[in-house]
Design a protein around this ligand. Structure first.
Ligand code: HEC
Length: 438
């Protein structure tokens, strides 16, 4: 309980700190956030649950805990696992941030290849794994201890509990009632006590009503903030050149979702110089108006993809998806070999486009009817491009082609230029004019 309360304090302090812009610049998209949420989930919530279980199970079953030693062992294994986990993620997060934003004195990025920053933190991922195994083995100790305790409970523990149940607190008249210093004799306290217990009990015992009221309270808190934003059209400036995805790209995007690419990739270039130097023009709100659900992501295990369209030839994506290490030695991205052999599914494209139309993507009936033909034409073009680049043949109906179509589209709806390394701005003094005297 002490660890839990400490972690409660630390993570709820860290949370609002991370909403400060300059702190968020470090934590967002890095492993810091992963460390933060695990400090909350493991240190605060899990430890709280452990503490409660060790306290309540022996009391409910009227039996001493099966093994206090095992519980102590659990405490230490979990505490060491927790701290190791958190520290490894903090170190990884700050390392990522430091490397992503490092510039050379002449203004170039120190680590222009993202993979350099990945390789540097791989040891931290191993430490994280060991820490997680430690923590999880502690949970197994708890389960074992609880099961053993319950098994060793006396057969008639429930009856005993009935007989020995202490008098209810609110029954102030009962002999031996728990009324420290006769608090409830005072009329004011008595009324207050009855009121709060009355309302509390009434809600607590009506689960459905209580749930509805909680949902209402939360909805007011969140919708009051959100609804004005939905109706304020000026909030997101529309950009005329931003168009809905083609049907093939819609299929590709769904493959992106299905494969969970967003777990490792963001699509959100922030307006920092170290991001625009690395990825290109920063993302504009108006570029995401047809993006449902948006793919901004929250973690960059791999680089941001919002401006990846046109960065590589299509063959690069075919090779990279098949075996990331073939294009990027040291990559930790998983292989997606099945994309090259599985044909993409076109049967739902009409429903998908109609669904997108409901949420505001302006597909016309004509475009929906023409979708199968459009898919075939675009897929053939990409497959031909891959073949022309000496790549594998026969990809025109494969998932990799739909995914490549989507990736090549990303971030290309507005015009922007790949940042060119700037010429050094040192003023070279002009050579002195020849001395006429000499
Ligand atoms: C486990 C994390 C992880 C997952 C999941 C993942 N990637 Fe990656 N991705 C990486 C890493 C790390 C890199 C950087 C090294 C490299 O290029 O392979 C990367 C690089 C890339 C690049 C090159 C970007 C550039 O600018 O050089 C693309 C494109 C890409 N991934 C697409 C995808 C797609 C599409 C998916 C889903 C099918 C996916 N990734 C899933 C980790 C991941």
């Amino acid at each position: 309980m002490v660890v839990a309360v400490t972690y409660y304090g630390m993570s709820t302090f860290e949370g609002p700190m991370m909403s400060i812009k300059s702190v968020n610049a470090v934590s967002h998209f890095t492993d810091w956030t992963i460390g933060h949420v695990h400090a909350g989930a493991l240190g605060w919530n899990a430890f709280l649950s452990f503490g409660i279980l060790y306290w309540v199970v022996p009391r409910l079953w009227k039996t001493p805990l099966y093994s206090t030693k095992l519980a102590t062992a659990h405490f230490w294994v979990a505490t060491v696992g927790l701290i190791t986990y958190q520290v490894s993620m903090w170190v990884a997060g700050i390392t990522q941030w430091g490397m992503w934003r490092a510039f050379e004195p002449d203004g170039r990025l120190s680590y222009p290849d993202f993979i350099e920053t990945v390789i540097r933190i791989v040891p931290m991922y191993w430490i994280r794994l060991v820490a997680a195994i430690l923590f999880f083995s502690g949970v197994l100790m708890l389960v074992w201890n609880v099961v053993k305790t319950i098994r060793s409970a006396p057969a008639n523990f429930a009856e005993e509990a009935e007989v020995h149940a202490p008098p209810r607190v609110r029954d102030v008249s009962a002999p031996g009632a728990v009324t420290p210093a006769n608090t409830y004799d005072h009329a004011f306290f008595r009324i207050q006590h009855e009121l709060s217990h009355g309302i509390h009990r009434a809600l607590e015992s009506r689960l459905v009503l209580f749930t509805v009221l909680v949902v209402l309270a939360l909805a007011v808190g969140s919708l009051v903030e959100a609804i004005p934003m939905f109706f304020d059209k000026d909030n997101v400036k529309e950009i005329a050149s931003v168009k809905p995805l083609t049907p093939l790209e819609v299929i590709g995007r769904d493959i992106y979702l299905r494969e969970g690419c967003y777990n490792c990739h963001s699509q959100m270039v922030r307006p920092f110089r170290y991001e625009t130097e690395r990825y290109g023009e920063y993302s504009k709100a108006g570029e995401f108006v047809y993006d449902h659900p948006f793919q901004w992501g929250s973690k960059r295990t791999g680089p941001d993809l919002h401006r990846v369209g046109g960065k590589y030839p299509s063959l690069w994506h075919v090779r990279h998806m098949d075996r990331p290490a073939s294009t990027t030695p040291g990559s930790v991205m998983p292989r997606y070999t099945h994309l090259r052999t599985t044909p993409f599914d076109t049967s739902l494209i009409g429903s998908k486009m109609r669904a997108l139309r409901i949420v505001g993507v302006p597909y016309t009936d004509g475009e929906i009817d023409a979708a199968p033909a459009a898919i075939e034409a675009q897929a053939k073009t990409i497959a031909a491009e891959v073949e022309a680049q000496q790549g594998p043949r026969g990809l025109a109906d494969k998932e990799i082609t739909a995914l490549t179509a989507y990736l090549q589209r990303l971030g290309t709806d507005i015009r922007w230029k790949i940042p060119q390394p700037q010429a050094p701005s040192i003023v070279v003094p002009a050579a002195p004019a020849a001395d006429p005297v000499k």
